[in-house]
Structure formats: C-alpha cells, structure tokens
Design a protein around this ligand. Structure first.
Ligand code: HEC
Length: 191
C-alpha cells in the first residue's frame, strides 16, 4: 500500500510539478510585466512595419527586431527572454525539453477548453543554490498573424520567408491556434 502511494505521489508530481506560487510572487509579477512589454513592442513594430511597406517589409522587421527586443530584456535583467514554438520559423528559437513539454501541456489545456489569453505556467527548476524561476505564456494566433503564419500566405511574402528561413515550419496556422509561447528564465540568487 505504501509502495503504491509512493508511486502515485511520484507519478502525480511528475505530471503536475510543484509551482511554489506563494513564495515566488515577485518573480511571477516581474515575468508577467516583461511579457506584457515585450508583446506590446512587438505589436507596435509589426504594425509600423506593415504600414511602411506591407508584409514583405514587416518580415525584415520581425527578423531583426524580435530577437533584438528579446535581447534587450535579457541584458537588462540578466534573464533569458524569448519566444518559442512547437512549429518554428527561426531554428534559433527552438525550445529546450522543459519548454517543449510546457507547450505540449498548453495544447492539452486548450483542448480542455481553457482560454488562451490567460494561459501561462511557471515552475522553479534546477538544484538548490542554482535554481531558476521559469515562466511561459501562450501566444494565440490572431487574424493579422495569418498574413505570415496562415494557410494561404501570398507567394511574394512566402518567397521572402523561405529565403530567410529555409527550414520554416510556421505556416498553416488558423485564428485561435497556439502560435507559440513567450519564455523567461530568471536565475534565483540565494533561494
Ligand atoms: C510580416 C510577417 C509576420 C507577421 C504578420 C507575424 N509574424 Fe511571427 N514571425 C515572423 C518572422 C519573420 C519570424 C521569425 C523571427 C525571428 O527570426 O526570430 C516570426 C516568428 C514568430 C515567433 C517565434 C517562434 C518562431 O517560430 O521562430 C512567434 C511566436 C510568432 N512569430 C508569433 C506571431 C504572432 C502571434 C503573430 C500575430 C500577432 C505574428 N507572429 C505575426 C513573421 C511574421
């Protein structure tokens, strides 16, 4: 019986890792704020890029600006900030094993009917003394995203994308799909 219980507990904690929510409110709030700002700057850059010269111009904006913005946050805070996906455009945004499993759980949560706009996950990982607070937030596919990530991307836009990203997998999305996720790793000092 004890053996069975132990197995059950181990099984459960593997499926739903402990998130220590109460102890890490500061880290959680800081992650949420950074994602908000990051999302806002991306949106502005994208809109400005589209207005200036349509999707082909905006691709160059995404290509150069998105990683640069992510980098700014990383440098400012000593964190690792970025975007990732299960279907990648830029292989440099590839998820690690933890990020992949969180995004797979996001897909499950979506299938179970959860609202994408508030879908997030956080967890403390690593060994004591070198722990990290990790945070992810789902990125829903909106209508504007379909211009470059949808099922029917126009041929001029697609040619530009394929030139920059020969291994592109990030088309074929529909409105309401999970396009990917923001991901933040904060090193925890003294915790
Ligand atoms: C003008 C074309 C264009 C539009 C519109 C666009 N994207 Fe992208 N997207 C790109 C490009 C180019 C990249 C690769 C950026 C890079 O090199 O990091 C990208 C990368 C991404 C990534 C990073 C993961 C990966 O696959 O490399 C996510 C997440 C993403 N886009 C989400 C969105 C969402 C959500 C929208 C709508 C709000 C959107 N995109 C609209 C062109 C676009």
């Amino acid at each position: 019986m004890q053996r069975l219980l132990a197995t059950l507990i181990v099984g459960l904690s593997a499926a739903t890792p402990h998130s220590y929510a109460a102890d890490y409110e500061t880290e959680l709030a800081a992650s949420r704020k950074t994602v908000q700002e990051f999302m806002q700057s991306l949106k502005q850059e994208l809109q400005a890029g589209m207005q200036d010269g349509g999707p082909v111009n905006a691709i160059s904006v995404c290509n150069l600006t998105a990683p640069a913005i992510a980098n700014t946050y990383s440098i400012r805070n000593g964190w690792d900030v970025g975007r990732t996906s299960l279907k990648l455009r830029n292989p440099a945004n590839a998820p690690d094993a933890w990020e992949r499993s969180v995004m797979e759980s996001f897909e499950e949560r979506k299938r179970a009917g959860e609202d994408l706009t508030t879908m997030e996950y956080h967890e403390v990982t690593g060994k004591k003394g070198s722990q990290q607070f990790r945070y992810m937030k789902a990125i829903p596919t909106g209508k504007i995203c379909l211009v470059c990530h949808g099922e029917q991307v126009d041929s001029v836009t697609m040619t530009r994308i394929e030139t920059l990203y020969p291994d592109d997998q990030a088309t074929g999305f529909n409105e309401g799909d999970i396009r990917g996720a923001f991901t933040i790793t904060q090193p925890l000092q003294g915790k």
